[in-house]
Design a protein around this ligand. Structure first.
Ligand code: SF4
Ligand code: SF4
Length: 492
C-alpha cells in the first residue's frame, strides 16, 4: 500500500524519524526519573504555611514522647541551645528569602530539631520536608553572631532522617539512582559517549528548539538543562613534575563530576601548580570523597568512601592535598569529625584533613613564580557557598584574580546567598533551585561581565543553565582556568 505514495511516505518518514529517535533517546535517559515522578505524586507535600505550622505534634509537659532521634550522634543539644533566636541568619537563608516561612529558616529548623529531640515533634513527612528543603549552604553559620554550628546539626539530623524516616519508594529510587551515578567516576565516564553524541549530533539543539522537553517531567528538564557542554577529555597524569626547583609535593583530589565533566579544570589545576613549582600527584585509585553522601545523610556510604580516600592519599605521601571543587573541599576538611569513632582512622583522618586546602589557598601561600600575562576582560566572581561559608575562603580567589593584569573584577550582589546548586539539590528540588538560579542570573546580567568565575563545578553548571534561561551566553569558568590562561597564554 505504501508503494502508491512512495515519495510522500519517504518524506514523512524523514520528517518523523528524528522525532522518533529523540523520543527514544530521552525516554531511555529519563526512565528512572519518570518512575520517581509518577510515584512522587503519592507522597505528602505541604503547600501552605498553615499546613506547615499545624504539622507538629506538640505535647507539652503531660506525656512527652521519647526523643525522635537515636543516641548515635543525635543533633547536639548544646549546639541547639546556643541559638538565641536573634534571627540574624534569616536574611541570608535562601529558603527563607524565597518563601518567608519561619520553619524554612535556620532558626525554625533548629527549633524543629529541639522539639524532636525533646519528644515534642514526630519525625513525620512534614517535619522532614523542612530539612529536605535546606540547601546546606551554611550561609546561616557565617551570619550567626552566636557561633551556632548549624553544619554539625544538619549533618546529624539528616543522618537520623535517613535511618528513621521511611522514604517513599519513589524517593528511595531517585536517591539510589543519583548516588549510584554521581559518586562513581567510572559510571559518569560511560555517560560521556551518549551525552557527547546527543550534543554534537545537533539533537540537543533540535530537542530544545522544538520544545520536546515540555512533554517530560520537570526533573528531566532540570537534568537536561544542567548538562555540561562536554569537550575533549583531558586526563591528569598520575605525576606532574614541578617546573624549576621543587617547592612542594602536593596531591590533587580529582572529584567525580569535576573529573568526568570538567576534566579541563583538573588539567588547568595541575598545570598551574606545576608552573608554581609543585610536584603534583593525582592517585589513580582515589574514589569519590563522599561529599554528596555526607551532605544527604548517607553516613555509612560516606564513611566507606572517606576511608578509601585516606588510604589512597597516604600511599601518595604528599605534604598538601589540593581540592578544586568546593563541595569536596569542605567535606575532606571535616574527615576528622566524620571518622571520629573509628579507632583505625580517627587520627589518620585528622592528619589527612589538616593537609587539605583549596587551590586558591595553596596559591596565595606560594609567592607567585610563574609570570601572569594580561587577560583583558571584565570578570564577575561568584562565591561558592562551600568555599565562602563552609571553608571561610573568600579573599584568596579575589586576590589571585585581581593579580592578573588586565582583569577588572566585579562583585555580584547578594554574594552570601546560594545560587541553588548545593550538591544534588538542583536535581531533587528543581523549583527552589531554579528560583534561586534565576535570582542570581538576574543579578549577574546587569554587570556586563565577559566571564563569570567560580570555584565549584556544581555552581558552574547551575549558573550556566540559569544564565541561559535569561538568554545570556556569558561563559562560566573555574577561577583556576583564568589563572592558567594568564600563565600559559602568549603575552599580549
Ligand atoms: S544551610 Fe542554608 S538553606 Fe539551610 S538553614 Fe542555613 S542558610 Fe538556610
Ligand atoms: S543567627 Fe544564630 S543565634 Fe540567631 S537565630 Fe540564627 S542560628 Fe540562632
Amino acid at each position: 500500500m505504501f508503494g502508491v505514495y512512495p515519495d510522500r511516505v519517504g518524506a514523512s518518514l524523514r520528517y518523523l524519524l528524528p522525532f522518533f529517535l529523540i523520543s527514544v533517546f530521552l525516554f531511555s535517559l529519563s526512565l528512572p526519573v519518570i518512575a520517581v515522578c509518577h510515584l512522587h505524586r503519592h507522597s505528602v507535600m505541604f503547600t501552605s504555611s498553615d499546613e506547615q505550622r499545624s504539622f507538629m505534634t506538640t505535647l507539652p509537659d503531660a506525656n512527652p514522647l521519647p526523643s525522635a532521634f537515636d543516641a548515635h550522634h543525635a543533633p547536639s543539644k548544646q549546639i541547639i541551645e546556643n541559638c538565641v533566636h536573634c534571627g540574624f541568619c534569616l536574611p541570608v537563608c535562601p529558603t527563607y528569602v524565597l518563601w518567608n516561612e519561619e520553619m524554612d529558616s535556620p532558626r525554625g529548623r533548629i527549633y524543629l530539631m529541639k522539639l524532636a529531640s525533646e519528644g515534642n515533634a514526630a519525625m513525620n513527612p512534614q517535619w522532614v520536608s523542612h530539612f529536605d528543603s535546606c540547601l546546606g549552604c551554611m550561609a546561616c553559620m557565617t551570619a550567626c553572631p552566636s557561633g551556632v554550628d548549624y553544619g554539625k546539626l544538619i549533618e546529624a539530623t539528616r543522618a537520623q532522617i535517613e535511618r528513621h524516616h521511611p522514604r517513599t519508594f519513589a524517593e528511595k529510587l531517585h536517591r539510589r539512582f543519583l548516588f549510584a551515578v554521581f559518586t562513581r567516576p567510572d559510571r559518569l565516564r560511560l555517560l560521556r559517549w551518549p551525552l557527547l553524541a546527543y550534543q554534537k549530533s545537533g539533537l540537543q539543539a533540535l530537542v530544545r528548539g522544538v520544545g520536546l522537553l515540555q512533554l517530560f517531567p520537570k526533573s528531566v528538564h532540570s537534568m537536561e538543562a544542567l548538562m555540561p557542554k562536554l569537550e575533549k577529555y583531558e586526563s591528569v597524569p598520575e605525576i606532574t613534575p614541578a617546573q624549576g626547583a621543587k617547592r612542594r609535593r602536593v596531591g590533587l583530589l580529582l572529584g567525580c563530576v569535576q573529573r568526568e565533566f570538567f576534566p579541563q579544570v583538573n588539567a588547568a589545576t595541575a598545570r598551574v601548580l606545576a608552573a608554581e613549582g609543585c610536584e603534583v600527584v593525582a592517585p589513580k585509585d582515589q574514589p569519590c570523597c563522599g561529599a554528596l553522601m555526607v551532605h544527604a545523610g548517607e553516613e555509612t556510604g560516606a564513611l566507606a568512601l572517606a576511608r578509601k580516600t585516606i588510604d589512597a592519599f597516604e600511599r601518595a605521601n604528599v605534604e598538601t592535598i589540593v581540592t578544586n571543587a568546593a563541595g569536596c573541599g569542605s567535606n575532606v576538611k571535616e574527615y576528622g569529625h566524620l571518622l571520629r569513632d573509628d579507632p583505625n582512622y580517627a587520627d589518620r583522618a585528622k592528619a589527612f584533613a589538616a593537609k587539605c586546602k583549596d587551590i586558591t589557598e595553596v596559591l596565595t601561600e606560594l609567592p607567585p613564580r610563574a609570570t601572569r600575562n594580561p587577560l583583558r576582560m571584565r570578570v564577575a566572581f561568584h562565591d561558592s557557598c562551600h568555599l565562602q561559608h563552609a571553608q571561610g575562603v573568600r579573599s584568596q580567589p579575589r586576590q589571585l584574580l585581581a593579580n592578573i593584569p588586565g582583569i577588572k573584577l566585579t562583585e555580584i550582589p547578594e554574594a552570601a546567598i546560594c545560587c541553588g546548586s548545593a550538591g544534588i539539590y538542583n536535581l531533587v528540588q528543581p523549583d527552589a533551585a531554579n528560583a534561586l538560579g534565576d535570582r542570581k542570573a538576574q543579578l549577574i546580567t546587569p554587570l556586563n561581565a565577559e566571564v563569570v568565575a567560580t570555584g565549584n563545578p556544581g555552581c558552574l553548571l547551575q549558573l550556566q543553565s540559569s544564565l541561559a534561561r535569561q538568554g545570556q551566553v556569558t561563559p562560566v569558568v573555574h577561577t583556576i582556568q583564568l589563572i592558567d590562561a594568564s600563565i600559559h597564554s602568549k603575552p599580549q
